[in-house]
Design a protein around this ligand. Structure first.
Ligand SMILES: *Cc1c(COP(=O)(O)O)cnc(C)c1O
Length: 357
């Protein structure tokens, strides 16, 4: 039986996509081979990379002066790739709005003067600092932000206007809402939240920014290496790219980012409304910054939190345990989580409250 999986990542994929992959698993595109067996130099495979790029460009409206790369190493690897490609003057600004944002900043400090210009750690990352009041440095090579904070359940509702290129970790919300790519110098995202199984990481970079990686930048971390080779410099994560393409096709079919954003707002709205109208459950994120992807919440005690997670699992609502830094529960309701999954969670929450309040 398939359950509703609220995992923060790797997370649910659309059932239709999984079934399609299953159907052609042994014989991919008439090659008589599985996509897991085929050479990345085979035309049938490079066609997939090209289609995935075209689909992503269409869905996100990515302008021609940006390159789209499929790389490995996860978003965490990009924490290093960003300074190694961009930190020409050895200086950068970071906004620290959560655990991953902090890790990116700490990685940046290995390579130069990475300055934390704003943080929401004072209130355990329950809000996003006012981007209009941040004093960015004039000499920065880039400004780094994390648009959706997976662990704490916040998101930017407005992005800062910066002189230096804005670099954004969009791992946990890419393709969940419309963004204007032109606002950013670089966008990167690990695929395993909203796009594909783990293994591939998307980098969308303005072409003029990839030309001068630092001399110490490893070949594999140079965005230019991947750009010059159509993401096929070495063996790419073939299966993840193939799955990403199926997810992108699926997203196009259901109406694109605009449509999925509506559904995401609806799902998150149902859950937040229920939590806000309940005296039993709490979400302590400042309302305007609430994520529509990750919804952390607690019951009145640690004991009932634990009981909640256990009993929910028995009902087919799994991986609801919150991150160890936050405790309680976290419902990750990415693109692939059906509305019915959220409704079933709310029904369970009602029942649990009645039995335990
Ligand atoms: C999950 C996540 C990461 C880490 O991604 P990996 O692919 O595991 O390196 C980084 N940033 C954000 C915002 C995330 O949600």
């Amino acid at each position: 039986m398939r359950v509703y999986n609220f995992s923060a990542g790797p997370s649910m994929l659309p059932l239709e996509v999984l079934e399609e992959a299953q159907k052609e698993f042994l014989d991919f595109a008439g090659t008589g081979m599985s996509v897991t067996e085929i050479s990345h130099r085979d035309k049938a495979f490079s066609a997939i990379v090209e289609e995935a790029e075209a689909n992503l460009r269409e869905l996100m409206n990515i302008p021609d002066n940006y390159c789209v790369l499929f790389v490995q190493g996860g978003a965490s690897q990009q924490f290093a790739a960003v300074p190694l490609n961009l930190m020409h003057n050895g200086k950068a600004d970071y906004i620290v709005t959560g655990n991953f944002a902090k890790k990116a900043w700490q990685e940046g400090k290995i390579y130069g003067d990475a300055r934390m210009v704003a943080s929401s750690e004072d209130k355990t990352y329950t809000y996003i600092p006012d981007v209009d009041k941040i004093a960015f440095n004039d000499d920065s090579d880039y400004v780094h932000i994390t648009s959706n904070n997976t662990i704490f359940g916040t998101r930017y509702i407005k992005f800062p206007k910066t002189k230096a290129p804005l670099v954004c970790d969009m791992s946990s919300e890419i393709l969940s809402r419309e963004v204007d790519v032109n606002q950013f110098g670089v966008i990167y995202a690990g695929a395993q939240k909203n796009l594909a199984p783990a293994g591939v990481t998307i980098v969308i970079a303005r072409k003029d920014l990839i030309e001068n990686p630092l001399p110490i930048c490893p070949t594999m971390l140079k965005w230019k290496t991947q750009a010059d080779n159509g993401s096929l410099y070495n063996t790419p994560p073939c299966f993840s790219i193939y799955m990403a393409n199926l997810v992108l096709r699926h997203l196009k079919k259901i109406g694109g980012v605009k449509e999925i954003n509506k559904i995401n707002e609806y799902k998150a709205g149902l859950l937040y409304d229920f939590i806000d109208n309940s005296s039993y459950y709490t979400n302590n994120v400042v309302k305007e910054f609430r994520s529509i992807m990750n919804v952390p919440f607690v019951t009145p005690s640690k004991e009932t939190d634990e009981k909640f997670v256990k009993e929910a699992k028995a009902e087919g609502l799994v991986t609801l345990k919150g991150h160890r830094l936050v405790g309680g529960m976290r419902a990750s309701i990415y693109n692939a989580m059906p509305v019915e999954g959220v409704k079933k969670l709310i029904e369970f929450m009602k029942k649990f409250e009645k039995e335990n309040a």
